[in-house]
Design a protein around this ligand. Structure first.
Ligand code: AMP
Length: 294
C-alpha cells in the first residue's frame, strides 16, 4: 500500500489504472479505523481493481473546535490496518492540500441538510461534508464510493449530491457494524469512560424498542418514540433528537406505513453519538455481535 499526500501524486498514481479501464473504489474516512471502516474497505476490495481510502479529518465539518481537537487519530495504525486489507492507496493529504490559500467554493444542498444533524450541528456541518466529498470525488474519480448506513443522513445527502451534479459514480451504502452490546461502532467510542460506554448501548436499545413496537403492529410514531425514549431515560440519556422520518425526504412521519428511518442522536457525557435503524424494510433481523453486518 502506498500513502499519498498530494492531489498531483494521486492523479499520477491513478492515471495508468484509469487508462487500463480498472475499476476504482473509494472509501472516504476521517481515520481512527474500527470494524465499520474495515467493512467498507472489504466491500471496496471485493468489488474494485483499485481501492483508495482517503483519511482526512475535515475541519470544515466540525462545528465545535473542542470536538475537532479531541478527534482520535493514529495514522500509523490506520495505515497498517488498511494495508492488511489490501488497500492500494491511502490518500492522507494535509489540510493545506485540500483547502489551499484562497479556497472559496462551497457545495450546499438544501432541504435534507437542514433537519436532524443539520439542525443540531448547524448548517456548516453538511456544507463541509458535501464540499469535501465533492472534492474527493473529483480528486479520485472513483467508479464506486462506499459510505456507512451508520451516518444515514450523510449517505442520503451524498446520493443527492451525485444525482444533482451528475457525478459519474455509484454510491454504495454498507450496513452498520456494531459492538456486542449493539452500540454502533464509531471513532468517538474511545472517548467514552467505562460508565459512559455502558450507558451508550441504550441508543441501540431505544431503536430496538421501535423495531419491537413496529413488529407488534404499532404504526404511531409518537407511541413508538415514547417506548424508545423510556430506554434512553433509564440510562440517563436526553437525546438531541429521536425521530421517525421518511428515508427519502428525512421529514417526520405522521404514520409509519412502508419504509421509515428511526434516528437518534445524544450526548453521553461530553461525547455526541448517533445511530439509526431502518424500519419496515427488508433490513432483516438484528443480532448484536462484533463484525455483524445488517
Ligand atoms: P468517519 O471516519 O466516521 O467519517 O466514517 C467513514 C465512513 O465509515 C462513513 O461512510 C461512515 O458512515 C462509515 N462508518 C462509520 N461507522 C460505521 C459503522 N459502525 N458501520 C458501518 N460504517 C460506518
Amino acid at each position: 500500500m502506498k500513502t499519498i499526500r498530494s492531489v498531483s501524486e494521486l492523479r499520477d498514481a491513478l492515471r495508468e489504472h484509469r487508462r487500463a479501464g480498472h475499476r476504482i473504489g473509494l472509501v472516504p474516512t476521517m481515520g481512527a479505523f474500527h470494524e465499520g471502516h474495515l467493512s467498507l474497505m472489504r466491500r471496496a476490495r471485493e468489488q474494485s481493481d483499485v481501492v483508495v481510502v482517503s483519511l482526512f479529518v475535515n475541519p470544515a465539518q466540525f462545528n465545535e473546535a473542542t470536538d475537532l481537537d479531541a478527534y482520535p487519530h493514529d495514522e500509523a495504525r490506520d495505515a497498517a490496518l488498511a494495508d492488511e486489507l489490501g488497500v492500494d492507496f491511502l490518500f492522507a493529504p494535509p489540510a493545506g492540500e485540500v483547502y489551499p490559500p484562497g479556497f472559496a467554493t462551497k457545495v450546499v444542498i438544501s432541504g435534507i441538510t437542514e433537519t436532524l444533524e443539520g439542525e443540531h450541528r448547524g448548517r456548516a456541518h453538511f456544507d463541509g461534508v458535501t464540499t469535501v466529498v465533492a472534492k474527493l470525488f473529483n480528486m479520485v474519480g472513483p467508479d464506486v464510493a462506499y459510505f456507512g448506513q451508520k451516518d444515514a443522513q450523510q449517505a442520503r445527502i451524498v446520493k443527492q449530491l451525485v444525482r444533482d451534479l451528475d457525478m459519474p459514480l455509484r454510491i454504495e451504502v454498507c450496513e452498520t457494524v456494531r459492538e456486542r452490546d449493539g452500540l454502533a461502532m464509531s471513532s468517538r467510542n474511545v472517548l467514552l469512560s467505562a460508565e459512559e460506554r455502558h450507558r451508550a448501548a441504550a441508543l441501540n436499545r431505544a431503536l430496538e424498542a421501535i423495531d419491537r413496537g413496529y413488529a407488534s403492529g404499532s404504526r404511531d410514531p409518537a407511541e413508538l418514540i415514547r417506548q424508545a425514549r423510556a430506554e434512553l431515560e433509564a440510562a440517563g440519556i436526553e437525546p438531541d433528537y429521536l425521530e421517525l422520518v421518511s428515508p427519502a425526504t428525512l421529514a417526520p412521519l405522521a404514520e409509519v406505513n412502508g419504509e421509515a428511518l428511526a434516528l437518534v442522536a445524544a450526548r453521553v457525557g461530553k461525547t455526541r453519538l448517533i445511530d439509526n435503524h431502518r424500519i419496515g424494510s427488508d433490513a432483516g433481523p438484528r443480532a448484536p455481535a462484533t463484525q455483524h453486518r445488517h
